[in-house]
Design a protein. Structure first.
Length: 270
């Protein structure tokens, strides 16, 4: 108990600043303006002078070798960490100038390791929008290609998942997380593709629901399999914490540089 209270008394690192305003109904423009970042103030710099902009509604994909800094970049958008230098802006507002709660309400996340709460599937989906009706909740599950597997579970939407309940596969967990975001309907969607292999069927179901989810909102996706992002409005190649290339799939292939090499490694036909 002592250790628990110690943890609870620990001040949160990310605090609203005095006079922080609410970010309501964001359009979804994102800008990284000379962003450098260290996890540990005394440690080494992980991101070096990262610059890019994403216009509302665009789909931008981040690619690059493991450990390059892709997840770190997307973690700065909901302000899970503070930049060391530069600024992250949404619709022109520095994320440090708005309340954390209102910022995170504008962003839907589907991350590398999906964590579901030890609760029913219904509650896990409703987390996206607690006031949603049963119909809205089911519509979200259907859009996420999750409804069919959910109703085939012993207690359907009332099935408890997580540590004390039914263990879902990686692909099923991801689809529940996607349903949650459908219900939330945020201006910005952040997808950090799972690195663990999913079975082919889950993979295509996820791919299909993600495409639906990405339509009409700003989407930042991290992809490991380049075949899933060839349609992106822009692809940004990250290496050792830096942006080394950006452009459309066709432009980057023509350059025959880093993206082209990644593409060849994956043995995709050009
Ligand atoms: N919480 C953390 N604390 C300290 N260092 C971290 C933390 N998370 C990541 N790093 C380091 O930051 C660097 C970038 O990691 P990051 O997870 O952003 O890479 P990535 O491009 O997402 O890789 P992958 O493709 O494997 O997911 C790595 O050197 C990693 O070891
Ligand atoms: Mg990552």
């Amino acid at each position: 108990m002592d250790r628990m209270f110690e943890l609870m008394d620990e001040p949160h690192e990310i605090q609203d600043k005095k006079g922080a305003h609410e970010l309501t109904r964001a359009r979804g423009d994102i800008a990284f303006d000379h962003v450098s970042f260290k996890y540990d103030p005394d440690g080494s710099e992980i991101l070096h002078d990262v610059n890019f902009t994403v216009k509302a509604g665009e789909t931008v994909a981040f690619v690059g070798m493991s450990g390059g800094g892709k997840s770190t970049i997307v973690n700065l958008i909901p302000r899970f960490y503070e930049v060391s230098e530069g600024a992250v802006r949404i619709d022109g507002h520095d994320v440090r100038d708005v309340t954390v709660k209102s910022l995170r309400e504008q962003i839907g996340l589907v991350l590398q390791d999906t964590i579901l709460f030890s609760d029913t599937i219904r509650e896990n989906i409703l987390m996206g929008q607690p006031n949603a009706t049963e119909e809205q909740m089911i519509a979200a599950a259907k859009a996420a290609n999750a409804h069919d597997f959910i109703v085939s579970l012993p207690q359907g939407y009332d099935t408890t998942v997580g540590e004390r309940g039914v263990k879902l596969s990686g692909g099923q967990k991801q689809r529940v997380a996607i349903a949650r975001v459908f219900l939330k309907n945020p201006a910005i969607l952040v997808l950090d593709e799972a690195t663990s292999a999913l079975d082919l069927e889950s993979e295509s179901l996820i791919q299909e629901s993600v495409e639906k989810l990405a339509a009409d909102r700003t989407t930042i996706m991290i992809a490991h399999r380049l075949s899933t992002i060839t349609h992106a409005d822009r692809i940004i190649v990250i290496s050792h914490g830096k942006v080394i290339e950006q452009g459309t799939h066709q432009q980057l292939l023509r350059q025959q540089s880093a993206y082209y090499d990644l593409y060849k490694i994956q043995n995709l036909t050009i």
